[in-house]
Design a binder for this molecule. Structure first.
Ligand SMILES: [Zn+2]
Length: 424
């Protein structure tokens, strides 16, 4: 997946004319998908293509049904420039976010429009894999039934809190869910019974993709995202590229060792960062029992000014800051986006967090801006949706032909899709 909505890559060296055409079509569709409706003149200015090229690319996208044109407003003399806009009912994706208590689901149309959203409590414990697979398959059927009959489903992407192997979407381990070696992509493909591409990704990776493309980190090239929940997830974008590592496990920040000999972590080790700052630790820090209280109780306590809760959250802030400092030292991000519980409680823990953070940081401290997630609990759904749109944004005509079954060489059955990250 090429992240980003920046200026198009000019492919002057491409040997085949087809490649140039595909890249140019991709550049125009990407702009409309990420930035919304634009006049033809805007497209000329943003892409650097000439008027006739923009006209012909727009016509091709109209023919594919992906965009439509309407007359623009008359300003001053001359003919108004047509406004080009993405058609949200022409193509859509389905995004899922599996957490310890719920499965979130969204049908997202081209242009990033949230057409439908659902969040269902697990009816069975989350470690009951077949029950979760069945719930997702049911939600797929429900959302597909509501989609416009002519709309093409481009893909399905699922966020999971754990280590997910790429490219095959095998969940290696998810301590919060109690999942180990779960072939989630394969199980979903069998349950859904369609040949729609399926991607399974880590919640931290999908969170950073979302904040980078559509949230608090828009316009930045180097981003660190941290989501505090039952565990602590992380995702890193380096110079506009999602950092995956050799197996797809990069960014497993929750198991950063911060306190040798510390509390037992769900992974089996002691002193991991998430054992100090995950939801259970936060609940304990305010004097509550994680078996009886959940994180919402803490957030409510803090909101009503409960002193013990505020003191506990501030104490946790020191540990959050300590872990963040190590990560900022490694990645030198321009912006650090805090999501989940850490984002929700950031205003309360800000002072202690910044203290712990500043102590171990050198000059890179002033560069790394700390912000709360803009997308909050929707980040994983937004990120999953963008991953599922990636192929169509890369090659609009080819992908659409393949999904509509009109492509010659491309109509291979059932695919499991890698969470790909391509630089520009
Ligand atoms: Zn651990």
């Amino acid at each position: 997946m090429r992240l980003g909505s920046g200026p198009p890559v000019r492919r002057a060296d491409a040997s085949a004319q087809d490649d140039v055409r595909r890249a140019n079509l991709s550049a125009v569709l990407r702009l409309l998908h990420f930035h919304g409706p634009a006049t033809r003149s805007d497209l000329v200015a943003s892409t650097g293509f000439n008027r006739s090229t923009v006209g012909s690319l727009t016509s091709e996208l109209v023919k594919l049904g992906l965009v439509r044109e309407r007359p623009g407003e008359v300003r001053g003399k001359g003919r108004p420039s047509n406004v080009v806009e993405p058609v949200s009912t022409s193509a859509h994706v389905l995004a899922f976010d599996v957490t310890t208590s719920t499965v979130g689901a969204a049908r997202v149309g081209l242009g990033g429009y949230m057409l439908q959203m659902r969040r269902r409590l697990h009816s069975a414990p989350p470690h009951d894999v077949p029950a979760v697979v069945e719930l997702i398959a049911t939600l797929v059927a429900e959302m597909q039934a509501r989609a416009h009959p002519a709309s093409v489903c481009l893909g399905i992407a699922v966020s999971v809190p754990g280590s997910v192997r790429q490219p095959d979407g095998l969940v290696r381990r998810s301590p919060p869910l109690g999942w180990y070696e779960v072939h989630l992509a394969d199980l979903l493909r069998d349950a859904i019974g369609d040949d729609v591409p399926i991607t399974v990704g880590n919640d931290g990776d999908l969170g950073v993709v979302a904040e980078y493309l559509r949230g608090a980190a828009r316009g930045e090239r180097d981003v660190l995202y941290v989501r505090g929940e039952a565990g602590v997830a992380g995702g890193v974008v380096v110079d506009g590229e999602l950092l995956k590592g050799s197996g797809g496990y990069a960014g497993e920040v929750g198991h950063l060792l911060v306190k040798p000999g510390g509390r037992l972590c769900s992974c089996g080790a002691k002193g991991c960062w998430e054992a100090e700052v995950g939801d259970a630790a936060v609940i304990r820090s305010v004097g509550r029992d994680p078996r009886e209280s959940d994180i919402e109780d803490v957030i409510n306590d803090v909101a009503v000014g409960n002193r013990r809760a505020i003191a506990g959250v501030r104490k946790t802030g020191e540990w959050v800051g300590l872990g963040l400092a190590s990560l900022v030292n490694i990645f030198n991000p321009r912006i650090v986006v805090l999501g989940g519980t850490i984002g929700a409680l950031y205003p309360t823990m800000e002072a202690t967090l910044v203290q712990g953070y500043a102590r171990t940081l050198g000059p890179n401290r002033e560069q790394a801006l700390l912000v709360r997630s803009e997308l909050a609990s929707d980040a994983q759904l937004v990120g999953a949706a963008e991953v599922a749109f990636a192929d169509a944004l890369e090659d609009p005509a080819g992908t659409l032909d393949a999904r509509r079954g009109t492509g010659g060489e491309n109509d291979e059955p059932a695919q499991v899709h890698e969470l790909r990250a391509l630089g520009s």
